[in-house]
Design a binder for this molecule. Structure first.
Ligand code: ZN
Ligand code: ZN
Length: 352
């Protein structure tokens, strides 16, 4: 394949693990026949962006441009593009390509493809350079990895659905959370607040676990039926053996055994947060009631579209705080202190 011609767009990048993000210019490929060119309007700020920029996972190449909760407007399409036209509002999440042929891809589970191409931090198949994310004015993505955004949703508040939304929607769907079930959501951050909204929309009885008493009112406003302070042993003991499903959205080391003990027979505890250190799991809480401990990673393209359509039907978006591009470094510091309700979204028109 000959290398397609590139063009330049403005972006915000980091030059090293220690440097703040600052204005720069990056290259995007000219759309090929199957590509969609997108002018980015909004980009959500995920905790992964910060991990990546600071090389906390050890694979970052610099200059690094994060951002994988992208909403924008189609400005050009390749000749073979069928599902989109110029002017459409579209989204791009954590993935921009995959092999398309492995069993995972054929099952619509592209997030598990060994050759998946992440929106940032992978190798671009066309340019042969690292992929660069959504903190930029534009992006070019193959049609199959572009998502339709329901017209009734606020576009800015829909941006975090592309990562925070699908990360919580997918496990709740896979483990068939629904009416008559008691469901726990651990943590009320960017992920947790979406977990509460989805579990409620699916008809479950929703219990939020938090270490912050100050979050109780907000949790109820977002849809929780009950709030349990996880540091309060009496409150935790009162919930023993009563849950069908618990979703752990916290990226810190937790006492998993304490949560396993809250599950009924055959109940599931699913992790979507990723603490750096291993967590201890005792065998007894698993054995005694045949409980399961599992993990889940974002969602494939078909399920991400299903999630967006569900959000359109039920008018679900994220609770966001809009920032300008030049506020991103300050936003990272606030995100580290959990000082955001519940997701920062960058107004990309502020990148001039
Ligand atoms: Zn993310
Ligand atoms: Zn594949």
């Amino acid at each position: 394949m000959s290398k397609p011609i590139a063009y330049s767009v403005k972006a915000y990048s980091a030059g090293s693990a220690k440097s703040p993000l600052s204005a720069t210019a990056i290259s995007r490929r000219q759309p090929t026949e199957s590509d969609v060119q997108i002018e980015i309007r909004y980009c959500g700020v995920c905790h992964s962006d910060l991990h990546f920029v600071r090389n906390e996972w050890g694979f970052t190449q610099y200059p690094a441009v994060p951002g994988h909760e992208i909403i924008g407007r189609v400005t050009a399409i390749g000749s073979a593009v069928k599902r989109f036209k110029v002017g459409d509002t579209v989204g791009v999440g954590c993935l921009v390509d995959s092999c398309r042929t492995c069993p995972d891809c054929r099952s619509g589970l592209e997030q598990f493809c060994a050759s998946m191409v992440m929106t940032y931090g992978s190798m671009d198949k066309h340019l042969g350079t690292p992929t660069l994310g959504g903190y930029s004015q534009g992006i070019v993505v193959t049609e199959d990895f572009v998502l339709r955004i329901p017209a009734n949703l606020n576009a800015a508040a829909a941006a975090p659905l592309l990562c925070a939304g699908i990360t919580t929607y997918s496990p709740l769907r896979r483990w068939k959370v629904g009416p008559g079930q008691k469901v726990g959501i651990v943590g009320l951050g960017g992920l947790g607040h979406m977990g509460v909204k989805f579990a409620r929309a699916f008809g479950a009885h929703v219990v939020l676990f938090t270490t912050s008493p100050g979050k109780a009112d907000d949790a109820r406003r977002l849809g929780a039926h009950e709030v349990v302070l996880s540091k309060d042993e009496a409150q935790m003991a009162a919930q023993a053996g009563s849950f069908d499903f618990i979703l752990d959205t916290v990226s810190a080391v937790l006492d998993l055994n304490a949560y396993l003990n809250l599950l009924k027979r055959d109940g599931n505890l699913v992790l979507v947060g990723a603490p750096e250190k291993p967590m201890a799991v005792a065998a007894f809480p698993l054995i005694m009631r045949r409980r399961s401990l599992s993990g889940s990673l974002i969602g494939g393209l078909p399920e991400t579209q299903e999630m967006l359509d569900f959000c359109g039907q039920h008018n679900i978006t994220c609770d966001i705080e809009m920032i300008r591009m030049d506020q991103i470094n300050e936003a990272y510091e606030r995100m580290l202190k959990s000082d955001v309700k519940y997701r920062f979204v960058i107004d990309m028109t502020s990148l001039k």
